[in-house]
Design a protein around this ligand. Structure first.
Ligand SMILES: *Cc1c(COP(=O)(O)O)cnc(C)c1O
Length: 371
């Protein structure tokens, strides 16, 4: 029962960090209505990244190290799951269902944090280009005790997901991307965390924040945070999923839904103040043919991520983030740029091999694949 041993050990690593999220300090009424449990180690550091600045030919590039947000599994899902898993607990769920791509970090986070908190977790996985990162993700998910179902294409994945929802009626469902308004509050709080760091003189106020955008929840929440702070900062979404999933309209809707959630629970003064419009830009020049697609630029950038940042370089998230950062630097000379690091620097070692996965996944381990 290796997995259960891992599940018991993990919670000890989950409770470091503050006793209350930054957003609750800002809007105390939230603590009475928004479910929350501690998973993230915050504040995550801000750092000046001279290696990247030199590589990009700039004086300065700053980095927000959310890759270090948890010793179990960092990255930008942690702050969300503090609310999602607390909600699942409050509702008395014992099983969690989710759906995502083979290499989805949302699925990996659901399984790792869900199992660590004692939930059963089932995930239906749709196909995406196979990389060594995707292989590792599958092994990590299965090693943590996640039940994996191969969905294949989008249509079959939807059918199998509906079947799982019908089977496990009491299960808590985490949708692809996991970026509903409640989950997004984690990143509104992260904006205030950054403001504290700027106020302490740890970095100058950024003109631009660059990060990869999948469902767009992180970008939407950070832009809402910038509005609430009254900062003129622009958030640049380097789109890494299909255009229908992440564009000006979907981001605008996410900002509004998250703002309404906040207003409802924090008191309407949040929205009664005359807020400026959200400032974000979507860079559609990064994704190539879509989620997980190996573009030549991302293939070239992935090893540079490892070399320059010391965090895992791959083509779905961090490679495309570096491509987006480079494009933002070219488009905005002279601005203070912050790269918000969204991919975990910490990954558990898989404890099983491919042969232990359900047979439908075995073919993903045949032959050579990109990084
Ligand atoms: C999930 C994820 C994203 C995308 O975040 P969204 O909030 O869905 O846009 C970006 N980078 C990494 C590493 C991720 O895991």
């Amino acid at each position: 029962m290796k997995n259960d041993a891992a599940a018991r050990k993990a919670p000890g690593a989950l409770v470091e960090g503050p006793r209350e999220p930054r957003l609750f300090a800002e809007y105390p009424a939230l603590s009475r209505v928004v479910p929350w449990l501690p998973l993230a180690v915050t504040p995550t550091p801000v750092e000046r990244c001279t290696a990247i600045a030199r590589y990009l030919g700039r004086d300065d590039v700053w980095m927000k190290r959310d890759d270090l947000a948890s010793p179990l599994f960092g990255g930008n899902k942690v702050r969300r799951f503090e609310h999602i898993l607390a909600d699942a607990k409050e509702r008395g769920a014992r099983e969690i269902l989710t759906v995502g791509g083979l290499a989805s970090t949302q699925v990996t986070a659901t399984i790792l944090f869900g199992r660590a908190l004692g939930f059963d977790v089932t995930s239906v996985l749709f196909d995406q280009p196979i990389t060594s990162f995707a292989r590792r993700s599958l092994l990590v998910q299965a090693s943590a005790g996640g039940r994996l179902i191969h969905g294949g294409g989008y249509a079959r994945t939807a059918i199998l997901t509906a079947r799982e929802i019908a089977r496990a009626r009491k299960a808590y469902f985490v949708p692809p991307g996991a970026s509903g308004p409640m989950a997004n509050l984690g990143y509104v709080g992260a904006a205030f965390e950054l403001a504290d760091q700027v106020a302490r003189g740890e970095m100058p106020r950024p003109d631009l924040i660059v990060l990869p955008a999948g469902s767009g929840g992180t970008v939407a929440a950070l832009s809402l945070g910038m509005m609430l702070l009254g900062w003129p900062t622009t958030v640049i979404a380097a789109r890494i999923t299909e255009r229908f999933a992440c564009n000006r309209v979907t981001l605008r809707l996410l900002v509004e839904a998250t703002a309404q959630k906040l207003a409802r629970h924090a008191g309407s003064r949040v929205l009664r103040r005359n807020l400026p419009p959200p400032r974000f830009e979507v860079d559609h020049g990064v994704a190539g043919r879509g989620y997980g697609h190996p573009t030549p630029e991302a293939l070239e950038a992935a090893p540079e991520v490892t070399r320059l940042l010391g965090v895992p370089g791959e083509i779905t998230y961090s490679g495309k983030a570096l491509v987006g950062l480079r494009r933002a630097c070219v488009a905005h000379p002279g601005k203070t740029i912050l790269l918000w690091n969204t991919l975990s620097a910490t990954w558990p070692e898989p404890s099983i091999g491919p042969e232990a996965l359900p047979p439908a996944f075995h073919r993903f381990f045949e032959g050579d694949v990109p990084i």
